[in-house]
Design a protein around this ligand. Structure first.
Ligand SMILES: C[S@@+](CC[C@H](N)C(=O)[O-])C[C@H]1O[C@@H](n2cnc3c(N)ncnc32)[C@H](O)[C@@H]1O
Length: 388
C-alpha cells in the first residue's frame, strides 16, 4: 500500500524552483526524471551539493562505513580474480559510484600491504558523476593519484576508453541510486505541480515499462506500487559494451530482490528516502535534501547481463559471499591491526554486522558475472564457495 503522505509545508528552494520550471515548460515529469533532478541536478541535487551524505554526519551508512574489512575482503577476492586471469601485468578495476572513496582507499591500501604483485598490476578507475564527490575523491586518494595508478572519470565511457584487456567492474550500492519509474494500477507516476506543491498524475505505462514488469517483475494490484528500474538495464548495456573483446569479472553488491521474491508478495514499493539516518515519509519532501533510493531487481540485472553476453556465475547473499572469502584466514583481514582485546571485540561486532543475516548479510546480495573466462577458472573463487 502506498502511504506517501502529501507534503505539508513545502519550502521554496532553488531545486524546487528548477523542478517546477521544468514541469511548467514540459508538463508532468516521469518519476525517474523527478528523481534524477532531486539526486543529480548539478550543484543542487542530493549527491551534487557539498553537504555530507555518508556516515555518522550524513544520512546513511554503507558497508565501507562499518569497517575497512569490507574493502579488504573484496581486495582478497579481486586478487584471486587477477590470478584466475593468469596474473596479467595490468588489470583495471572500475568502481561505479564510489561516493567518498572509502572502499577504494581500503582496497588500494590493503592490496599494497597484502598483495604487492596484484597491487603492482592494479589500475583503479573511479566513475563518479558528482563533480563535488570527484573532488573529494582526489583529496582522499591523493597519494594513490600521485602514484599514477588511480584515475577518476565522469562516465563509464571515459573509463572504458582507458581500460586495458583485463577488467573487474565493481559497484556497491550503485544501482539502488539510479532513477526509477513507478507504476501502480492507475498507470505510471508523473510529477505535476499544483499551488506550489507536487502532485501525482498517471499516464499509461510506456511499452518498455510494461515489458520490464512482464519479464522481471509483477504488475501491481490495486493499492500497491512497484518500481521499474529501466536505467539499470541501460547500465548493464554499458558494462557489456566495456567487456567487448576484454576478459574479466562483474561484482555488484546491493540491497535488492529477485522476481520470485516479488511474486511471493515481498519487495513491492521499495522506494525509500533517508535524511539524518531516518526514513522519510515522501520523496516529494525537501527535494535535494534527502536521499531517494529503491531496491535493486537482481533478476533483471542477471537476465540483461546474460542477454548481452556475460556469463552468470552466481547471485548470493552478502553473508555467503563474505564468509566464503574470509573463512579460510579466519577473517585475519579484520583483526590484523588490533592491538588490544577491546579493539578485537569491537571489530568482531562490526564484522558480525556486515556478515550476519540479522545485520546486512541477507539484505545485501552479490551478483557475480564474468566475460571471456572458462567456468573452471572462475569456479574456485572463494567468494563462490558458499553459493547454493
Ligand atoms: C548510494 S551512493 C554509494 C557510494 C559508495 N559506493 C558507497 O558504498 O559508499 C551512490 C553513488 O553513485 C553515484 N552515481 C549515481 N549515478 C551515477 C552515474 N550515472 N555515474 C556515476 N556515478 C553515479 C552517486 O553520485 C553516489 O556517489
Amino acid at each position: 500500500m502506498n502511504l506517501w503522505r502529501r507534503e505539508t509545508t513545502p519550502q521554496v528552494s532553488p531545486l524546487r524552483q528548477r523542478i517546477t520550471e521544468e514541469i511548467r515548460r514540459q508538463g508532468p515529469l516521469p518519476f525517474s526524471r523527478y528523481m534524477e533532478l532531486c539526486l543529480y541536478e548539478p550543484e543542487l541535487g542530493y549527491y551534487s551539493r557539498p553537504q555530507e551524505q555518508f556516515g555518522k554526519g550524513g544520512d546513511f551508512y554503507t558497508s565501507s562505513d562499518v569497517h575497512a574489512v569490507f574493502g579488504r575482503l573484496l581486495a582478497r577476492q579481486f586478487e584471486e580474480m587477477w590470478r584466475a586471469l593468469d596474473s596479467p601485468e595490468r588489470i583495471d578495476l572500475i568502481e561505479l559510484g564510489p561516493g567518498r572513496g572509502l572502499f577504494a582507499r581500503d582496497v588500494l591500501d590493503w592490496s599494497a600491504k597484502q598483495f604487492p604483485a596484484f597491487a603492482q598490476a592494479l589500475r583503479y578507475g573511479l566513475v563518479e558523476q558528482s563533480a563535488h564527490l570527484r573532488e573529494r575523491l582526489q583529496g582522499r586518494l591523493r597519494d594513490h593519484f600521485r602514484a599514477g595508478y588511480t584515475e577518476v572519470f565522469d562516465s563509464i565511457e571515459a573509463a572504458g576508453a582507458q581500460a586495458g584487456e583485463n577488467l573487474i567492474v565493481f559497484g556497491n550500492e550503485f544501482f539502488d541510486a539510479l532513477p526509477v519509474e513507478i507504476v501502480d494500477h492507475r498507470g505510471e507516476v508523473h510529477v505535476d505541480e499544483q499551488n506550489g506543491r507536487f502532485a501525482e498524475r498517471f499516464a499509461p505505462p510506456a511499452a518498455a515499462a510494461m515489458e520490464f514488469l512482464d519479464r522481471y517483475g509483477v504488475h501491481p494490484p490495486e493499492g500497491e506500487r512497484v518500481e521499474v528500474p529501466l536505467a539499470s538495464l541501460a547500465w548493464l548495456d554499458h558494462i557489456a559494451v566495456m567487456f567487448r573483446g576484454q576478459r574479466g569479472f562483474l561484482v555488484l553488491v546491493d540491497y535488492g530482490y529477485t522476481r520470485e521474491q516479488q511474486l511471493a508478495g515481498r519487495h513491492r514499493d521499495t522506494l525509500m528516502t533517508y535524511c539524518q539516518h531516518q526514513a522519510g515519509a515522501s520523496p516529494y519532501d525537501a527535494p535535494g535534501e534527502q536521499d531517494i533510493t529503491a531496491h535493486v531487481n537482481f533478476t533483471a540485472l542477471r537476465a540483461r547481463g546474460a542477454e548481452r553476453g556475460l556469463d552468470d556465475l552466481a547471485l548470493l547473499t552478502q553473508t555467503q559471499f563474505l564468509l566464503g572469502i574470509g573463512e579460510e584466514t579466519q577473517f585475519a583481514d579484520a583483526f590484523q591491526d588490533c592491538r588490544q582485546p577491546q579493539e578485537r571485540a569491537k571489530v568482531a561486532l562490526q564484522l558480525k554486522h556486515l556478515i550476519s543475516p540479522e545485520g546486512m548479510g541477507e539484505t545485501f546480495q552479490v551478483l557475480l558475472m564474468s566475460h571471456g573466462i572458462a567456468r573452471e577458472k572462475a569456479a574456485p573463487l572463494s567468494g563462490l564457495k558458499l553459493a547454493r
